[in-house]
Design a protein around this ligand. Structure first.
Ligand code: 48F
Length: 274
């Protein structure tokens, strides 16, 4: 059989468009494919929810590849190790309460598990705005990252979802936009983004899980973004908190999605009877 170049093009374009169209109306959209966003997405998809991630860069994985200062090993604590075990990522005890793992094995495995569970990742696409209806976020506005890099004047497209997750890490790109666009307050003490504090692994690892919650109607923060939003410490190359934050958020969203599905079913039942 002779390979036709134009057929290869057609296959790619058709399949991409199908994938994109199938993902226009999601349960959850996540901005950023770092360890926190990917972990959240994995557990949601495993439960059968429709989840997609938009990632600015060509590569997924955010800050995990580089371990600490490009020494490509990560550290996790006892609870973080349990999640590594769940993903089937090898880890080694260093001392009581400290485990290490190869950062390349860790992030490539998380990504593989997430995509195999059904998460759709759209790389090279940046979230540049949000959609808001009746004071609640109901989707995101996206554009090719290359449009932004080249400074081209190209209008974006939008994608709808029931919930949006801010997982862009330190820069809080989605919340920075949201803060400017909404008239009411964010759910922080000051009503504004509080900003990340200096490095402290002990505090940062705990607070990142506590800060994993809703920050505006239908918008949740996860991972480093949670600490940057609620004004607590960064924690450097200890990654257990990112995984635990992702797991916690998936539990919160699964509960919320289940509850709202039940209400929807009840309403549809009443309408059908009438
Ligand atoms: O930064 P990142 O890895 O965030 P995370 O999952 O993990 C934080 C750790 O890497 C590390 C740390 C650990 O203790 O502190 O920093 O919370 O991943 C964020 C991803 O979001 C992408 C970015 O390229 C990265 O892959 N991103 C940033 N802005 C946008 C975006 C945007 N506007 N649209 C889409 N993706």
């Amino acid at each position: 059989m002779k390979l036709k170049d134009e057929k290869i093009t057609k296959a790619i374009v058709e399949r991409y468009m199908k994938k994109f169209i199938d993902n226009l109306n999601q349960d959850v959209i996540i901005a950023g494919a770092g360890p926190a966003g990917l972990t959240t997405a994995y557990y949601l998809a495993k439960k059968g929810y429709k989840v997609s991630i938009f990632e600015r860069k060509l590569s997924i994985g955010g800050g995990m590849w580089g371990g600490g200062m490009m020494f490509n090993e990560i550290v996790v604590g006892e609870d973080g190790k349990k999640i590594l075990d769940e993903f089937g990522i090898n880890s080694e005890k260093y001392e009581e309460g400290y485990y290490t793992a190869d950062s390349v094995e860790a992030i490539s495995t998380i990504c593989s598990k997430a995509t195999k569970a059904g998460v759709k990742i759209f790389n090279c696409i940046s979230v540049e705005d949000v959609m808001i209806e009746k004071n609640s976020v109901c989707g995101v506005v996206i554009n090719w990252s290359s449009v932004d890099i080249a400074g081209l004047h190209v209008d974006p497209l939008s994608v709808r979802s029931r919930y949006v997750v801010e997982a862009t890490g330190h820069p809080l790109e989605v919340l920075q936009i949201l803060e400017k666009k909404v008239e009411d307050d964010l759910f922080t003490k000051t009503g504004k983004i509080m900003g990340e504090k200096s490095m402290n692994a002990e505090i940062g690892e705990k607070t990142v899980v506590e800060n994993t919650k809703e920050i505006y109607n239908n918008v949740y923060v996860v991972g480093m973004a949670a600490n940057a939003a609620f004004g607590t410490n960064r924690m450097g190359p200890i990654f257990g908190g990112m995984l635990l934050s992702g797991k916690k958020l998936s539990d919160i969203l699964i509960k919320r999605l289940e509850e709202s599905n039940k209400i929807k079913e009840k309403i549809e039942g009443i309408v059908n009877v009438e």
